[in-house]
Ligand binder design. Sequence first.
Ligand code: ZN
Ligand code: ZN
Length: 367
Amino acid sequence: MKAVAVFPEERALRLVDHREPAILAPGDVVVKVLDVGFCGTDREIAAFRTGSPPTDSPYLILGHEALGEVLEVGSSVRRIRPGDLVVPTVRRPCRHETCRACRMGRPDFCLSGEYSQRGIKDAHGFLAERFCDDARWLQPVPRELRDVAVLTQPLSIAETAIAELDQVQKRLPWSALGETGGSGKRALVLGAGPVALLGAMALVVRGYKVTIYSHAGRGEKAEFAESIGAQFVTAEEEKLQTLAGHLGRIDVMFEATGATPDALAAMEHLGRNGVYLLTGIPGRRGAFTLDAGFLLHGMVQRNQVIIGPVHPSAEAFRAAIQDLGLFSRRWPGALPRLIANRISIDEAPEAFRQPTSGLKRVVAVAD
Ligand SMILES: [Zn+2]
Ligand SMILES: [Zn+2]
C-alpha cells in the first residue's frame, strides 16, 4: 500500500510501498485512512530537523492527525466495529515497568521520556492507505463529523491546555463558590493558526470574552473570528501594550504561535492570578533574548502560572470530539472554513515542503 515516508539518513521524502497492516493481537484494529492533517511538526520532520523512524525501519511514515474508518477488529474488541469512524491518539507507552504513567495507560505523562509518538518518534504515522493499532488508542467519532474530524488532534491540544487551566484555577478562593469556567473572564489568544482558532472556539463556548491577536493581516481570519463572537486585532493595528491597556485584566493568555519571542514577551501583560498556556513548541530557530528577570518578577508578584501542555490524553481527544459537535451546532459551516483544499496522497510529499497558508492542510487519502 501507499504511504508517505521520510528517510532521515538519505534526507529524502517520498511515497513508499509499505507492507499491509494486519491484526496480530486480539485488541488490534485495522483502519482505512480517510483524512490526514499536517502541521508545523510535520514540516520540521520533512525538513529532517526532528522525527525518528522505528528502530527496524530506514524510514518514518509521516502523519499524526488522522481520521479513518474501521475495516477489521480483533477478537477481543467490543467498543469499536467495522464501519465506525475513529481518530487515533498519538503517544504510545514506554516499556519501563517503573513508569507509573505508561503502566496506567497515560503516556501523555510518561516519566521515562521513552514513549513513542506515531508519525513523529520511533513509530510509523498514519499517512498511509491503512494502519493497525490497539483499540484503546482509537476514539470513535459520530458520522456527522466526517468532514471536520481531522481537526480532532489539533483541538485536543487546546482541550488539554484548557483542562489544565481549569485545574489550576481551582486554587482561587472563589472557585469553591461555583465560579468556574470562563464566564465573564478575558482570554487573549496569541496567533491565528488552526490551534489558535480552535482554542478560541473552545474558550468562547466556555464563556470567555476572547480576543485573537495576530501578526498576520486581517483577511478571512478576522471574518472567521467575528463569526464565532471573538474580537480580532492585528499587530499592525495595535501594539499589544495598548491593547492590553484597554482590554482590562487578561485572565488567560493562550499562546499558539510556536512560542515565538513576541508571544513569550506578551506574558508581561497577563493579569493578576492569570494563567499563560503554551501550546506551541519553539522551532529550532536558535536562542532569543527575553528579560527573564523582569518576567519572573512579575509572575511572582501577580500569582501567575505558566503551563505547557501539548500532549493530549485520550480524554482530551474525547473532549475535542464532543466540542467539534458543539461548534458545528453553534456555528454551522464554521469548522470547514479552517481546512484548506484537500490534496491527494501523491501530492503530499511536495506539499510538506511548501510554506503554510495558515489554514489546516489535509491529505484526502480516501473518500
Ligand atoms: Zn500536528
Ligand atoms: Zn513511560
